[in-house]
Design a protein around this ligand. Sequence first.
Ligand SMILES: [Zn+2]
Length: 246
Amino acid sequence: MRQITLSRDTLHRGALILVNALHKAVWDRPETLTAVGNGVQLERQAAALLEELMREIGGWDSILPVSGWRSAEEQQAIWDSCLQENGPEYTRTYVAVPGHSEHQTGLAIDLGLRQEHIDFICPKFPDTGICGQFKERAADYGFILRYPAGGEALTGIGCEPWHFRYVGVPHARIMEENRQTLEEYIEYIKQFDSPLHPYCIRIGGRAVYVSFVPATSENTIVEVNEAAPYQISGNNVDGFVLTQWT
Ligand SMILES: [Zn+2]
């Protein structure tokens, strides 16, 4: 076992950061942005997994990346113009308050069915056909439908069938199996705060353990098994999620 020391600012980094009306996007310019087409950029790991998924289903023939990473200024401009064109109610339902958009993390992407007119705020992404196939396979590549119907009270955003968020494997699969939004998952996983009782899931015949380490006021120490792959992500709230493969 090895002890990893995490500084306080790493709390705001990683695939599992929760960004919503209550929790700001602290790191809003990812170091590794990669183009996914149509001028859209994503954080490197999210982009790689999206490409793999699209390759598997032949998705890019019919699906267009509409919006990925946005700077704080771009988010502000979208907010302002939506407010002007559509009014406050519509804007609050579909556009995150500047500083609080997942798009600022580079981990979120809006996708739309290729067609003549594409609505930039609410692109068309039906449940059927190629879009349906994308939704079915998304969790296996670490993506979740971030704002599902019925989740409005938890996420603070209206149902958005086009907005996908990269959270990583196995977390997307666990959330899908448990029917949890990211808000619920971040709360749920906190009970697994002992390395002796992690959450366990089997992915491709391998056991993967997920546990929670509360952040301390200064540096936080996390114990990992270096003999196997692991990942640590801040939750952007109060701790770290350790994912350990066996
Ligand atoms: Zn979006």
